[in-house]
Design a protein around this ligand. Structure first.
Ligand SMILES: [Zn+2]
Length: 479
């Protein structure tokens, strides 16, 4: 009897859902991939163009070295093998967003192969390849894609470098796909090769379910990290519903409509063979020598995994705090600046809980946050030295995020230092006790919350400056 050998495909064909993703990341280079036009965004249409990115006959592309460096950094961060010699190819097809009628990309030999991203569960999602290509122009439909009488073309985007990442079909739920995208985003933040405020990240996801015998649909151009989870969740439901209705699924390419949260068929699936690929004769092969890779390794910053390890072992903070801080580049950066001056535990607690609370409340983005670590050091060290209460600290944090100022001077000027004078506090406690006879009785009857109310009353009167621990002791003694 033949032995059953479990191959890598075994898991694939026993899972109910199979998802693979292709991600396109706009790299944050100053100039385009094959010409010296600026890749800065937000500009009047068709003002950043030249013969090369408009595809004039006879124009010659020249590779942007920075884009190669950025892609190599990403390949290393994703644990890919970098190929020693790469070439660019022309993907030939006609579409108005391509003035040359071909897109320059990498087909035969990609820049990097065989990498991975590791999810929190420890599961490895394989990255099959990572390559560089140029972005096409943007097509603008003034009255929406369905109603417009005409289409405008903006070639400013034409030629901006994109890094494409292709995963193996190894994700089994929309949540895993979202986690994959989040992990990728954090790595991009650390590498500083992608500007969240200007650059675009788009994903194509292919998905199939067991019930159909794994007939794939590909969803194109999903922008945003929540969108990918929503698009996949919708598509799973659609495919399941179709099977239940005895409809036959066919392989197709679909578009995601974020407004009504549905996918629509664009075309039945083309395969790579439908595109003509030829080696671009204008671009010579590029050698990525060991020396070059060593240089790139030296440019690499510490990545999230290394930060977590350092935060736990050098700064001695809890693993959960370390993970939360490392999951946002800006938080990790602030933590490292602050933890050399203030207790790392206080820094971790206040950055993780209070700073993020205020950022979320104000609907701000941590990457846009203009906050001076010097001011946070002043604030946290007053808390560490027990000079101000947590309430006053929180109030200062609320304001600090909106405009810079010195917390130390602010506390002095507004007389906000913590009040620890027992006699002064005792007389206020007495006053509060006499005004709240019913609450005092509740406390005597065993209602603990009554004590919190009384402490709250003193705090209110003292503008949050009283030592809450001391108040608790005083009340317990006096009642
Ligand atoms: Zn150009």
């Amino acid at each position: 009897m033949p032995t059953l050998i479990l191959t890598e495909n075994f898991e694939k064909f026993t899972s109910d859902i199979i998802i693979g993703i292709e991600v396109h990341i706009q790299l944050n280079t100053a100039t385009k991939l094959f010409c010296s036009c600026a890749s800065k965004r937000e500009d009047a249409p068709n003002t950043r163009t030249c013969q090369t990115c408009l595809g004039h006959p006879g124009s010659k592309p020249l590779v942007n070295k920075k884009a190669i460096e950025f892609a190599a950094m990403l390949a290393l961060a994703l644990h890919c093998k970098i190929n020693p010699e790469i070439r660019f190819s022309r993907k030939v097809y006609f579409y108005p967003d391509l003035a040359k009628n071909y897109q320059i990309t990498q087909f035969e030999v990609p820049l990097g192969e065989n990498g991975c991203i590791i999810l929190d569960s420890g599961k490895k999602i394989k990255i099959e390849r990572i390559h560089l290509e140029e972005d096409p122009a943007s097509l603008i439909h003034p009255a929406g894609i369905e109603k417009s009488q005409y289409t405008l073309i903006d070639y400013n985007r034409s030629g901006i470098p994109l890094c494409e990442i292709v995963t193996a079909p190894e994700m089994h739920s929309p949540e895993e796909a979202r986690e994959f995208m989040n992990k990728l985003k954090i790595i991009l933040q650390y590498l500083k090769i992608f500007d969240e405020n200007f650059c675009v990240i788009k994903a194509d996801a292919n998905i199939s379910i067991k019930e159909s015998g794994y007939i794939r649909s590909e969803i194109k151009n999903i922008t945003g990290f929540k969108e990918i989870e929503d698009a996949l969740a919708y598509e799973i439901q659609r495919q399941k519903q179709a099977i239940q209705n005895n409809e036959k699924l066919i392989q197709d390419t679909r578009g995601w409509n974020p407004d009504n949260k549905t996918t629509i068929r664009l075309r039945t699936k083309e395969t790579e063979a439908d595109y003509g690929y030829i080696i671009d004769p204008d671009l010579v092969p590029i050698q990525l020598s060991e020396k070059f890779i060593k240089q790139i390794q030296q440019l690499m910053p510490e990545l999230p995994e290394q930060k977590i390890h350092k935060f736990i072992h050098t700064h001695k903070i809890a693993e959960t705090d370390a993970k939360v801080l490392a999951a946002e580049y800006r938080l990790a950066e602030l933590f490292e600046q602050i933890a050399v001056e203030v207790s790392p535990q206080i820094a971790a607690k206040w950055l993780r809980r209070e700073l993020t609370r205020v950022v979320n409340y104000n609907k701000m983005n941590l990457s846009q946050l203009k906050i001076d670590s010097k001011h946070l050091i002043e604030l946290f060290s007053m808390i560490e030295k027990n000079e101000i209460t947590e309430t006053v600290g929180q109030d200062i944090m609320n304001q600090l995020i909106l405009k810079p100022f010195s917390p130390k001077e602010y506390v002095q000027k507004n007389n906000l230092a913590k009040i620890q004078d027992k006699t002064q506090l005792e007389s206020i406690c007495k006053e509060i006790i006499s005004k709240n006879a019913k609450v005092v009785q509740d406390y005597k009857n065993g209602k603990q919350e009554a004590l919190h109310f009384l402490i709250g009353q003193v705090m209110k009167q003292m503008k949050g400056k009283a030592d809450a621990k001391l108040l608790k002791e005083l009340f317990e003694k006096m009642i």
